[in-house]
Every structure is written in C-alpha cells, then in structure tokens.
Design a protein around this ligand. Structure first.
Ligand code: PLP
Length: 324
C-alpha cells in the first residue's frame, strides 16, 4: 500500500468532495481560530491538537432558535461561563462578544429555526493533558437546521428505562463539559434497548437525568417536582418551565412546585412524567421499564407546559431576536 503525502490544495479538494447525509443540516460554523464563518460543511474543522479533541477539554451549550429568536441565550451563556470557570478555562472573548458572534453567525445563515452548538475549547497546543500547553482558548459555533419532533410523539409520549451507566460524580454532573462519555453510553443503551431515553440513578437510589435532558414529574397530589440540583445539570429548559408553571397553580392544574429527591417509585406512582430539554421542550413519558405511566398518553399538565414554553420561545422576554 502506498500512502500519499497530500498538498494543501489536494486536502481542500478532498475535504470538499466528501459528503454524508448529516452535513445537509450544517449551515455555518464560526471559528475563532480562523477568525470567521465557514459555510462549506466539508471545511468545518477544529485543529486536531486542540485539547477539545484529544482530551475533551472544553465546555459547551446547545441552544435553540425558534422563529428567528434565540431562546434563553443569556441563561446558556451564563451556564457556559460558569462551566468554564469551574475548570479554570479562560474565555476566548468576553461574553458580550460571544453573544454578538452567535447572533451574527446565525443571521449569516438566514435560518429562522436552528440549533446552535457553542464550544469553548482549551485550544491548540500539543497532545498532552497539560492545559497550559495550549496557545489560547477558542470558540467554535456550529449552526445546524432544526427539525422538531413530530406532534404525535408529544401526544403518545416516550419510553424510558433505567440506565446501567454509573452517574457522574456531583461536581462533574454540574459542569457542561465536552467530556460526555457517560452521556454517550446512556444514549447508546437507550438506542440498543429500543427506548427513547434512559435515566440515571445515583448511589442513594435517587433519579438523576437523561443523556441530555432532565426528568420531572407530577405526583398524585398534583405537586410538580424536579430532582434537587445536586448531581444533575441545571437544565435551562427545566428551570424556565418551572417558572412558567407558576401560572398553572391558580388554574388548578398544580397544587405546588418543588424540588425533591425522586425515586423510581415516584415515577411509577406519578400522574405525569416528563423529559425536558432544549431540543425536546416537554415530552411526556408514558412507559418506564415496560410499565405504563399515568394515563399512557400526554397528560393535561404536560400539554399546558409545552404550550407555555412554546409561547415563551416565540414572544417571551427570554428570547432574543436574531434579525433585529
Ligand atoms: C446532561 C444534561 N442534562 C440536562 C440537559 C438539559 O438542559 P437544557 O434544558 O439546558 O438543554 C442537558 C442539555 O444538553 C444535558 O446535557
């Protein structure tokens, strides 16, 4: 076998030649390393010696654009800044500049619906674990098109099971790092078991979260409950939904809104269980480990929360217009 040493022009040609289905949704990438926006999916790249690649040394956010507005932009940026601070990762630019890059890169795609994936990496510089070998932290933003789940999924609900993947230690679970191997394995086990999601259980038997989503439930006394923020990521969608749910108290849908250590027993006895996250919104759980949950279809509160959240995305105070 002979292996060719490629010239830069051959490399560019080869990269542009390669294509695979997922690339169709890649609309734009901003790279601080290149100092600009890349629109050709084949050329959206990160240096291989960026510690993000070989050590998972970075933090990230996934953010949704709905009808030309970025939902919970400030909350995502604040969580990113907090995650970076926890691992001693300097920001490549001030938060306000990151916000501007996000809005301008999204605007450059012309898309009104999109998912933004924002990465702050330790940056290029050698292949060791030593973060001080990196030249400077970098920001990469990928804008992809967004296809919401079918309405039927929200009506029928999803199947969930118990994860066998050991949950992350509390300190790590609270940081949105690019070190997502346990989350990857949770997604893999749910796909392998033909489930939609699996849920982690901590050493004390308390529910943690899904691969990239939170779990919440309504008990038989109409209390809306979410796990304590001890060993889970503080989901922006969950927290916003809980704020919006206040309006359901006076309407009689709920009797209280609380945080609580939840167990599998709570799932089996719940009136409604929901998975909540950026790409899902509020998705009812209608089966857990093969047993029917609640009415076995979308419940009244799930429907109300989904409606409130979607209205909030379109016209609420927490959504930022891209095309001002
Ligand atoms: C581990 C984990 N839990 C929960 C969530 C939900 O958070 P958010 O609502 O901010 O998307 C995510 C989001 O990606 C996640 O990665």
């Amino acid at each position: 076998m002979s292996i060719t040493v490629l010239s830069p022009s051959e490399i560019q040609a080869k990269l542009q030649e390669k294509s695979y289905p997922a690339q169709k949704s890649y609309l734009a990438m901003y790279s601080s390393w290149l100092g600009g926006i890349v629109k050709d999916p084949g050329l959206m790249m990160v240096p291989v010696d960026d510690h993000l690649v070989h050590r998972g040394d970075g933090v990230f956010e996934a953010i949704k654009v709905v009808d030309g507005r970025v939902f919970l932009l400030q909350e995502h940026l604040e969580r990113l800044v907090a995650s970076a601070a926890q691992i001693g990762l300097p920001l490549p630019m001030p938060m306000e500049e990151m916000r501007e890059v996000i809005l301008k890169t999204t605007a450059a795609t012309g898309a009104r619906y999109a998912v933004l994936r924002l990465y702050v990496s330790r940056g290029p510089g050698g292949f060791t674990t030593n973060p001080y070998d990196s030249v400077a932290s970098q920001m990469y933003l990928i804008v992809t098109s967004y296809t919401p789940l079918a309405d039927e999924k929200y009506l029928a609900g999803v199947k969930v099971g118990r994860s066998q993947v050991p949950p992350k230690e509390p300190w790590l679970a609270k940081i949105k790092t690019c070190n997502y191997l346990p989350n990857v394995l949770m997604k893999k086990e749910s796909v392998d078991r033909k489930l939609d999601f699996t849920i982690g259980i901590d050493g004390q038997g308390f529910l943690t979260e899904g691969s990239t989503e939170n779990i919440v439930l309504i008990d038989k006394n109409k209390n809306l409950l979410r796990p304590k923020l001890r060993q889970i990521l503080k989901g922006t969608t969950m927290m916003r939904s809980f704020e919006l749910a206040q309006s359901l108290l006076s309407e009689g849908f709920l009797s209280s809104i609380q945080e609580k250590d939840l167990t599998e027993k709570d799932i089996f006895e719940a009136r409604e269980v929901m998975m909540i996250g950026t790409t899902l919104d509020v998705l009812p759980v209608t089966e857990y480990e093969g047993q029917k949950i609640g009415e076995g279809r979308q419940g009244a509160v799930s429907a109300q929360l989904l409606k409130l959240l979607r209205e909030d995305m379109k016209q609420g105070p927490k959504s930022t217009p891209v095309y001002a």
